[in-house]
Design a protein around this ligand. Structure first.
Ligand SMILES: CC(C)(COP(=O)(O)OP(=O)(O)OC[C@H]1O[C@@H](n2cnc3c(N)ncnc32)[C@H](O)[C@@H]1OP(=O)(O)O)[C@@H](O)C(=O)NCCC(=O)NCCS
Length: 295
């Protein structure tokens, strides 16, 4: 059992430095700014376990809407494990999420087993993270892929509400608050593909993260639109930038897109699990997920 001197608190902005240090010890290396964006998604759902003044564990529950929540960032500091600290953080997260359907990602077989045991019995898709440097000399121009049926615009040229609605049509829940925070993060870029009537057909969001440029997410109606959004991003980046993508493994076109542009170094694979029902996300339209913390 957790020693009685461990207390679980709602995390503050000031705690993000110590939480970042926890991620560095796991070689996840999350910068404070990224963690603060995650915290702001649901400030009442980001927890830290403290022994005196020392932060010895963390875990996050994001209530996206009234029906759906996501758990992420489970870490207990080495030297404090196997004392029930994470179990206590899970209790707080379950309390916070209430009756919602909850999703979680498992980083390996052991986590999958434990997460199944604690209620996440529904196994959904797997997502891999691939990294690579695009060979820019071999790139087609965006124009060669961009059909006359659609064009690619910066996010500022479309209504934000239409982006939220398009995203919801694919992920099957509304995440306006998430997208608002996400697309306004420092250094991030968002491009949107629209047809002649101005309807959205896809979008890409990417940000500098841990020395690379991470695509989080790339959602599109088909592979051609996904590729033209991806190329628009690559043309926008400085030379020799390393890029990370997070394709759903059952979306073969997404995996193929990464391979085609030499993004092939496999960093990790996670399994997405749910406790009540598998969210019917249109995975064939997800070419890169929103990241390991978010579906
Ligand atoms: C996974 C981790 C967070 C567990 O933290 P902990 O504080 O040692 O866990 P506890 O003492 O509360 O629980 C002991 C074990 O019972 C599991 N457990 C927790 N709550 C449980 C519950 N309600 N029912 C059954 N098992 C439970 C824990 O996951 C842990 O399993 P493990 O040691 O085999 O991993 C910790 O080992 C860690 O930080 N690992 C590195 C980061 C990581 O891999 N995070 C998960 C990413 S998906």
């Amino acid at each position: 059992m957790a020693s009685s001197d461990v207390k679980v608190h709602i995390a503050t902005k000031e705690d993000m430095g110590a939480v970042s240090a926890l991620t560095v010890a796991e070689e996840w290396n999350y910068p404070v700014e990224y963690l603060e964006t995650l915290r702001l998604l649901d400030p009442e759902g980001f927890f830290v376990a403290k022994k005196g003044d020392e932060i010895v564990g963390t875990g996050m529950a994001i209530d996206f809407d009234d029906d759906f929540a996501y758990f992420a960032m489970s870490i207990t500091k080495k030297g404090h494990r196997k004392q029930g600290i994470q179990r206590r953080i899970f209790q707080e997260r379950f309390k916070h999420a209430g009756d919602r359907n909850i999703g979680i990602n498992s980083a390996n077989e052991r986590r999958k087993e434990v997460n199944t045991e604690i209620g996440f019995t529904l196994i959904s898709h797997q997502v891999s993270c691939f990294r690579g440097s695009v060979d820019r000399d071999a790139l087609p121009s965006v124009g060669m892929l961009q059909s006359s049926k659609y064009k690619i615009l910066p996010l500022s040229s479309v209504s934000f509400e239409s982006l939220v609605n398009y995203d919801a049509s694919v992920v099957t829940f509304h995440r306006a608050n998430f997208l608002k925070l996400w697309c306004k993060s420092t250094g991030c870029v968002t491009f949107v593909s629209v047809n002649e009537s101005g309807e959205i057909l896809g979008y890409i969001n990417a940000r500098p993260l841990m020395g690379d440029f991470s695509v989080l997410p790339l959602i599109a109606d088909n592979a051609e639109i996904a590729e033209s959004l991806f190329l628009t991003l690559i043309h926008h980046l400085p030379d020799n930038e390393f890029v990370k993508v997070h394709p759903v493994l059952t979306n073969l076109a997404a995996v193929e897109l990464a391979k085609k542009y030499n993004i092939q170094e496999l960093l990790y694979t996670i399994t997405c699990q749910f406790n009540k029902n598998i969210l019917p996300v249109k995975l064939d339209k997800v070419f890169s997920t929103s990241g390991p913390e978010i579906i």
